[in-house]
Design a binder for this molecule. Structure first.
Ligand code: FCB
Length: 478
């Protein structure tokens, strides 16, 4: 069935399916100087002139730190049964090392209690990009020490919340941390060093492995440990060998660099070869790959849009359309011979092409790549330029169409044998969209920034109905 066609029969999901929403600490909490929290790399970066749209920061964000009770009530009223959020490392361990600040942990204890009271299953992400600034000052992710510090932090959080939280995610999109943070510099800490990018990637792999071990030792064995990867669906513009080789290279740099060590205990040989002019990988020490390769329970997939690549024509300027923000520096070390192209089709406000077939493809790939692991779509969603109508409502039919088509793609993957157990819409509410500031609205719930009032959009009602019935309402039934 083509993705654009409406399914004729109702699209129903298994009864235990999780219907969630996702957020991250820096994007929603605000309260950046309260209760002992210190700056993370995103505080520093967003306060550096020129780094974010309009110089916007997460200082207040959507004030979730003070409004979490209302936000949980909102989810419960909509009918969601799962919530994925992240812990702010500098709230819990302000210097990135040493004993925990209990008031920081208490916030998350209260949040988890509130969720459980309302019948919403919490999924905790330990690291969604807010490294304590002190650890960056000591070298950040390119330094091995940061991975050791992450393990200590994982132990602390696992001990504090492991009795009540069953679902754990070590890292969110380590690709962005390494390649956008240290390669193109469009994310914190804003460094543009190709060799440091690959060192960072390796230490994130190591951190995931050490963090998984720490969580296992800190929590009951029934809990599930996963990682959320923004694995790319990489397509070549043609079947000719040079374009296929370009796609292979990007696939290694986007996917294999993380799933290689984490799922198979090795970097792809083709990755090591393609990046040999950038680094000799001598920072990979004996035993590291074994450590990165921990048995997992689940895998989180974040999906927005596929990538379309070709071999670059050396004579022609390579179009930079990889969708990760404007920078003079490529996030792709060793891939100067690759060109990125805009995929045809309608786009969201981010300029990202809407292609639900990519989500189906991604899920099917990882059900082969990671047999035996439960799969979750831990992020998927769309930004649109939402407006409040005269009647005080927010109508967002494009987002409903996006959610409908992507959830239908998830359902097709289940029919095709993939063990997908849940879907977390990005995002519960509009929030600080990193370098784009508050201009890009991904929420199912609208946030009026001057007053911080929350207004569920029509997509929130639509999604809530899907969650309550286990069946996708038609896209025009908001
Ligand atoms: C993902 C991030 C998330 C949000 C969405 C739009 O890459 O994990 O925080 O920014 O993109």
């Amino acid at each position: 069935m083509p993705d654009s066609a409406q399914p004729v029969t109702p699209v129903t999901f298994p009864p235990a399916f999780l219907w969630g929403a996702a957020t991250s600490a820096y994007q929603i909490e605000g309260a950046v100087r309260e209760d002992g929290r210190t700056p993370s790399i995103w505080d520093t970066f967003s306060h550096t002139p020129g780094k974010t749209a309009g110089g916007e920061t997460g200082d207040i964000a959507v004030d979730h730190y003070h409004r979490y009770r209302d936000d949980v009530a909102l989810m419960a009223d909509l009918g969601l049964n799962a919530y994925r959020f992240s812990i702010s490392w500098p709230r819990v361990q302000p210097t990135g090392r040493g004993p925990a600040v209990q008031v920081g942990l208490d916030f998350y204890r209260r949040l988890v209690d509130e969720l459980l009271d309302r019948g919403i299953k919490p999924a905790v992400t330990l690291y969604h990009w807010d490294l304590p600034q002190e650890l960056e000052d000591a070298g950040g992710w390119p330094e091995r020490e940061t991975a050791l510090r992450f393990a200590e932090y994982a132990q602390i959080v696992g001990e504090a919340l492991g009795d009540r939280v069953e679902q754990w995610i070590t890292l969110n999109e380590p690709w962005c941390s390494a390649f956008l943070g240290y390669g193109s510099g469009v994310h914190a800490p804003g460094r543009t060093e190709p060799a440091a990018t690959l060192r960072a990637a390796h230490h994130l792999n190591l951190a995931h492995g050490l963090g998984t071990q720490a969580l296992r030792s800190a929590m009951p064995s029934r809990n599930s440990v996963a990682v959320s990867l923004n694995s790319s669906v990489v397509r070549a513009v043609s079947q000719n060998p040079a374009d296929l080789a370009a796609a292979r290279k990007v696939d290694d740099l986007a996917n294999g660099v993380f799933h290689g060590p984490m799922l198979h205990g090795a970097y792809p040989a083709t990755l090591l070869e393609a990046t040999s002019s950038v680094t000799d990988w001598s920072f990979v020490l004996d035993g590291d790959l074994r450590t990165a390769h921990q048995p997992l329970d689940a895998l989180g997939l974040n999906y927005y849009t596929p990538a379309l690549v070709s071999a670059a024509d050396a004579a022609q300027e390579s179009p930079r359309a990889d969708g990760h923000g404007a920078s003079a520096h490529s996030p792709w070390p060793g891939a100067d011979d690759v060109a990125f192209h805009q995929t045809p089709g309608d786009r969201t406000e981010m300029g990202w092409t809407i292609d639900p077939s990519g989500l189906h493809e991604l899920i099917m790939r990882y059900s082969r790549e990671a047999p035996g692991l439960a799969l979750y779509v831990t992020e998927n969603g769309a930004a649109y330029d939402d407006k409040v109508d005269a009647d005080g409502r927010v109508h967002d039919p494009e987002r409903i169409a996006y959610l409908h088509s992507h959830l239908a793609a998830v359902r097709r993957a289940v029919t095709d044998g993939a063990d997908v157990r849940g879907y977390y819409l990005w995002s519960l509410m509009d929030n600080f969209e990193w370098a784009y500031g508050y201009g890009k609205r991904f929420g199912a719930v609208y946030v009026d920034y001057p007053t911080l009032a929350r207004i569920p959009k029509s997509s929130a009602h639509w999604y809530g109905r899907a969650a309550r019935t286990g069946e996708l309402p038609p896209p025009d039934a908001a």
